[in-house]
Write a protein that binds this ligand. Structure first.
Ligand code: NAI
Length: 485
């Protein structure tokens, strides 16, 4: 999700400092609210003096190294993955895919002193982010070996996630509502990894120890105090969110595969039956772990609206070197049991309006669009829904029969296939270009789903033809890039 930039800074004082919790000491008290102290009025230097420094992890460059990349990875080069600042592996976060983009504001409030310090540290270590995160995990696992089992065997994607999460949290550190939204999602998502409150101090100490080693230019007592405050706040929000979520939802759901339909050599439609009710909304996604790759979780959108029989369906495309997608397409069979994380994402239909829905779905991105169509149908309101279904060629329109069937059933639905490379029975060319030729779209809310490049160009086009950014919904592009399969 794009970090909101318009919300005024309104809080975020020393996380554990003033509360007597000690060095990163989290509490399980879910009624506890983050302190409302304005960080701009805090005295970081004083806080630094009052706090013990973590043990130094050894000379720079000679510290322990995290496990090197093992196996293949489906991430695209040069991209970073979001993730978590605390113990636990891959995490949606985003977005966590957070769908609505908010326009940047020209009058954003001045960053707090802590925010400036934190950003300075991150800017210093960013060029060597890989080495820094490898150092961090090496430190974590050598000091706290029992935490290793919470992470996947291959740590390559995980390293990026940590840094990305830190940057995301740092950019929101003055914006308590945005920070809380982001971290609460992370905290809830971490339950499935077995993350416990007592893991957070270990992570915090190793994080500070790592930054101390690598941010040699910008590190100081003041910087340390700012980081302690920030991390304490971050961890407390995550812990509180997890504790609150524990009261009404399992950490994960076991789900048995009840049908596995190979639509093409590399695309499967997989239907599962969760072992207990799985509440979600059409347009959302979840994380999936297979028995073949423990602790490796990947995001998939639901391809159907919630059903009376409780079954859930996903469209999975096996991508080159995609561990989870490859297993789900090529290995998984009815009877296998996978795990699902909690639902996430807000690319959902606003049923309080009668606006039309303009939907752009590219490739397997058609899956959540189909769920949105079913959702509109179930609500019984006759709103126009215009779907543009993009694919590279006619053969790649693997779900066109279903979409055309839906079109036959619902008068308010129009489905237009658009293929990048002809010949085609439908439209040809770029999906956003095709959309531009129709319209007008000013009475429509827009929903985009598909490859990150398509979402980027789609948003640009839609904004260009006058659809306000706040009416355009999609999952976080960063998350989609990071998910990669
Ligand atoms: N909630 C979401 O946004 C979802 C996203 N996805 C993502 O959708 C993608 C599906 O992959 P495939 O089926 O292989 O799609 P694909 O690569 O075959 O492309 C599908 C459509 O997107 C267009 N496209 C692809 N790359 C583009 C770019 N850089 N700029 C503009 N248009 C582009 C193609 O021309 C085609 O019309 C995956 O990246 C997957 O992660 C899948 C499901 C849900």
């Amino acid at each position: 999700m794009d970090a909101p930039t318009t919300t005024p800074a309104d809080g975020g004082g020393p996380g554990g400092g003033s509360g007597g919790g000690g060095w990163f000491t989290p509490t399980r008290d879910t009624t506890r609210r983050p302190p409302e102290t304005d960080p701009r009025s805090a005295d970081p230097a004083a806080a630094g003096q009052a706090r013990p420094a973590p043990p130094r992890p050894g000379p720079q460059g000679s510290g322990p190294q995290g496990p090197g990349p093992q196996g293949s990875d489906q991430r695209r080069p040069g991209t970073r993955s979001p993730g978590s600042p605390a113990a636990g592996p891959q995490q949606p976060g985003p977005q966590q895919p957070g769908p609505q983009r908010r326009p940047a504001s020209g009058n954003a409030p001045r960053p707090s002193a802590d925010a400036l310090i934190i950003r300075r540290t991150l800017a210093e270590v960013e060029p060597s982010a890989d080495a820094v995160t490898a150092y961090f995990y090496g430190l974590l696992f050598s000091r706290h070996p029992h935490l290793r089992s919470l992470f996947p065997v291959a740590m390559d994607a995980q390293r990026d996630r940590l840094f990305k999460a830190l940057v995301t949290a740092a950019t929101r550190i003055d914006d308590l509502p945005a920070l809380t939204e982001y971290l609460s999602h992370l905290g809830r998502g971490h339950r499935k990894y077995g993350t416990q409150p007592e893991h957070y101090p270990a992570v915090g100490e190793c994080l500070i120890g790592t930054l101390m080693e690598h941010a040699t230019e910008t590190w100081s007592g003041e910087a340390e105090a700012a980081w302690v405050r920030a991390y304490t706040k971050i961890s407390q929000i995550m812990i509180d969110a997890a504790a609150e979520n524990e009261r009404h939802a399992p950490a994960w759901w076991n789900a048995e595969i009840v049908s596995h339909e190979l639509r093409r050599r590399d695309i499967a439609v997989v239907t599962v039956r969760p072992d207990q009710p799985y509440p979600f909304r059409a347009g959302q996604y979840t994380t999936v772990e297979t028995p073949w790759w423990p602790r490796v979780w990947r995001h998939y959108s639901f391809s159907s609206a919630p059903r009376a029989d409780g079954l859930l369906t996903f469209h999975i495309k096996a991508v080159p070197a995609g561990w989870v997608s490859g297993a789900l397409v090529n290995k998984a069979r009815p009877g296998d049991v996978i795990r699902l994380g909690p639902p996430a994402g807000s690319m959902t239909v606003d049923h309080s309006t009668d606006s039309g829905l303009l939907c752009l779905g590219g490739g397997t991105g058609i899956a959540p669009i189909k769920a949105l169509v079913e959702d509109v149908a179930e609500h019984g309101r006759q709103r126009p829904v215009e779907v543009f279904y993009g694919a590279r060629s006619d053969q790649d329109l693997y779900d066109i029969d279903t979409m055309l069937r839906l079109q036959k059933t619902h008068r308010w639905l129009s489905v237009r296939p658009v293929v990048a490379h002809g010949p085609s029975t439908g439209l040809t060319g770029d999906l956003p270009d095709a959309v531009r030729k129709y319209g007008p779209w000013n009475a429509f809310d827009a929903y985009l789903s598909g490859p990150p490049g398509l979402i980027r160009s789609g948003v640009d086009t839609l904004v260009g033809i006058g659809i306000p950014a706040h009416r355009i919904r999609h999952d976080s592009i960063e998350e989609l890039v990071a998910a990669g399969e």
